[in-house]
Each structure stands twice: as C-alpha cells, then as structure tokens.
Design a protein around this ligand. Structure first.
Ligand SMILES: Cc1ncc(COP(=O)(O)O)c(C=O)c1O
Length: 388
C-alpha cells in the first residue's frame, strides 16, 4: 500500500532562522526564491535526528561504514550506479565540493566551461578560484521553451587549451532539463577528446518527473568515470540543506588525492553529526516519502501551468523535467526580470528570483520555487498574475 504523507500543511518558517523566510523584511511576503522546501522532511529522518539529539553529546564526527553503505546502496539500487565507497569524499555541501574540485583541476587563469543560464554559485566558485568563465549558452526552442546543448559550440570551447574543466549540472538548474543518456554521452566524448575534466553536479538527481530518468554521468562508462568527479547530496530531495552534507565521488586516484587536498586547504573536511544521521535515514528509510513528494511537486507544476495557460498564455512556462524550480519566460510582458521581481516584492509581497541571477540567457525569465503547500502556491500565483 502507498504510504500517505502530508504536504498540504502550512508550517510557519518565519523566525526559524530560515534564509528563505527570514530575509524578507515584511512578514506578509511569500518567498518562493531560495531552493529549499516548505515541507517537513521524511518522518524517518526526523526520528533519527531526535534520537541523535537525545544522546546529548555533539563532539567531532566519525563517518562510519553505515554511511558509505547507505550512499552506495541507494545509488546502485535506484540509479544503477555502483560506487566504490573508497572513492567517496564527504564534505559540507555541493558548493564547497564544486569549488574544491575546481581548485584541484585548474590553476589561476584557466577557463571553466558551464552551460548558461547557470546556478549562480557556479559563477562565484569559478571567480573564487581565480578562473575565467567560458559560457556555453544553452539553445532554446522559443516555440515550446525547451532547452538543449549546442554541441558544436561546446566542442569549440573545449578545444581551447585553457579550458580545463566543465561544470555539468545534471539535471540542470534553472532550465529544469534532465539530460538524456545520449546528450551526456556527447558531452562526455567532447570533454574526453579535448582533455576537459567534468565536474558533475548531480544535487537535483532525485527530483525527476514522469519518464525523465536521471543518468549518473559517471555510470555511463569507465572512461567517463575516470574523467569526472560527481557531487551528490540528499539535501535537495529530502530538504536537509541546513544540515550541510555532500559527497564527491572521484574514481581516478590522483584526481581524488588532489581533491582531498583542496578540501583540506579550504578547511571543509568536517561534517556534523546531524548531516550524517539524516543521510543514512534518508537513503535507508525514506524512499516512500520521496515518491509522494515528487507526486506533490508535479501536481504543483501542473497547477502553475494551468493557471498560466488560462490567465497569461503569453508567459511561457519551461517544460519541467526535473527540479522543483519553474522557469518562466516573461519577456512578452515588456518588463525586465528585475523590474518584475521588484514590483512583485514591493507591491505584492511575493519574492521570486530574477533570471538575471543565473547569468547569460537569464534576462526575460523569472524562477519560481514550487516546493510549498498548494494553497500557498495559489496565493503566490494570484499575486503574480496581477502583473504579467
Ligand atoms: C545545482 C546546484 N548545486 C548546488 C546547490 C547548493 O548546494 P549546497 O547547499 O550543498 O552547497 C544548489 C542549490 O540550489 C544547486 O541548485
């Protein structure tokens, strides 16, 4: 029998030290910006954390075999990716992971390719390592709003001897694309042929919808696995980002040694006991919750889609294959992304992300976080529709 979980309940988050909810000054603001969810995490995770809190001692953390077993079992059974536990490096987040891998692979002045628009922290990680962005604009079909990779352009960028690495966001934030195996094979081949190392950020991997299947980049072939480091975390899917835990999987021993060194140079080699406890409970005991969550998120997407189709058909909603982040083309409203977001914040008390946050290709778009109770989404959509 399918388990029942409650996603309709509104749980007040203001005053809980929430970046998403406590940043806006006005208490009436609905914040659908930062990518975390307004749902309680899975019951098994809460129970495991309660037990851990009950112990009452929170000293330095030892990460035991049960942690590695949980991670490896999950990826093998759910995604067909067999991970050797000795190739895992844990750290305090996917952004620290990506940054450390850039440090391990590049020297200052090197170029880092990424598909744009891109998750904003990629830009800061590239800058913080004194590297240069080599943008690979996604191509967009303006009729249906779908995005794809321009492989010829990627080939040109990869051929540049200064281009040492590609950050591959798989699935992709903010376009919502879940790259197909064929697309990933083409990306991987171009990178291998041109000596470009792949940093696969797979933080959104659990949140794929319908027939869109996540393919772990490293699982495609041993050659690809050698030429990449993958960043994974239960944080997005199980709403535990504040517990700060992530894993890097790096098969190549020399690369792994360099990443490990960079993690130490950046002093992000320690994790906290709650992150470890929550990860084990997520991967071992929370699959039913995740399935129910995905169904709820998908219904939220359909809700937004229907409302837009009815009241603002000129606003094109990008088809959502993965993530809980809706990407809307608002260019036909005549407003810039910034103007619309400013108006929504000040006149409607609705906080969204302007597409410009995500760099080239983001102008004319806004991003809406769909991970909230449907009644909250409904009010947010009412507010949005008064301006588009
Ligand atoms: C693609 C991507 N990578 C990384 C992160 C953040 O990772 P972390 O909080 O583990 O540093 C996000 C958060 O939205 C994201 O979308």
């Amino acid at each position: 029998m399918k388990e029942k979980f409650e996603f309709n309940t509104i749980i007040p988050r203001r005053g809980s030290g929430s970046y998403k909810w406590d940043t806006p000054a006005d208490p009436e603001t609905i914040p659908l910006w930062v990518a975390d969810m307004d749902f309680r995490t899975a019951p098994a995770i809460i129970d495991a954390l309660r037990r851990r809190v009950g112990h009452g001692i929170f000293g330095y953390t030892y990460v035991g075999d049960d942690y590695y077993e949980a991670v490896c079992r999950w990826f093998e059974t759910r995604h067909g990716w067999r991970i050797d536990p000795s190739t895992i490096i844990y750290t305090s987040g996917v952004v620290p992971a990506v940054s450390a891998i850039i440090k391990a692979i590049t020297v200052p002045g090197n170029k880092v390719i990424t598909q744009t628009p891109a998750y904003n922290c990629f830009y800061s990680s590239i800058r913080n390592n004194d590297c240069l962005l080599s943008p690979d604009p996604l191509v967009r079909n303006s009729a249906d709003g779908t995005y794809g990779i321009d492989f010829d352009h990627l080939q040109q960028l990869a051929a540049d001897p200064d281009a040492k690495t590609l950050i591959l966001c798989n699935p992709h934030n903010p376009s919502g694309r879940c790259w197909t195996r064929e697309e990933l094979i083409r990306v991987g081949r171009i990178c291998l042929d041109n000596g470009v190392f792949v940093i696969a950020d797979e933080i959104h991997c659990e949140l794929t919808f319908n027939n869109h299947r996540y393919t772990p980049f490293a699982s495609i072939s041993p050659e690809f696995a050698e030429n990449c480091a993958t960043c994974i975390s239960p944080s997005k899917a199980f709403n535990i980002a504040g517990l700060q835990i992530a894993n890097i999987v790096a098969v190549n021993p020399e690369i792994r040694r360099r990443i490990d060194k960079a993690i130490n140079i950046n002093e992000v080699c320690d994790v906290n006991p709650f992150g470890v406890t929550a990860t084990i409970a997520a991967y071992n005991e929370s699959v039913g919750w995740l399935e129910a969550l995905k169904e709820y998120l998908w219904q939220n997407y359909l809700y937004l889609k229907d409302r837009l189709a009815e009241a603002a058909p000129e606003v094109l909603l990008t088809p959502l294959e993965a993530t809980y982040l809706a990407w809307l083309d608002i260019s036909r409203t005549g407003l810039t992304s910034e103007q619309l977001c400013e108006t929504l914040l000040h006149q409607e008390k609705l906080m969204l992300n302007p597409g410009t946050m995500y760099g080239p290709g983001g102008e004319g778009f806004i991003r809406i976080n769909l991970a909230c109770p449907r009644t909250v989404l409904a009010t947010a959509v009412d507010r949005l529709l008064r301006h588009i």
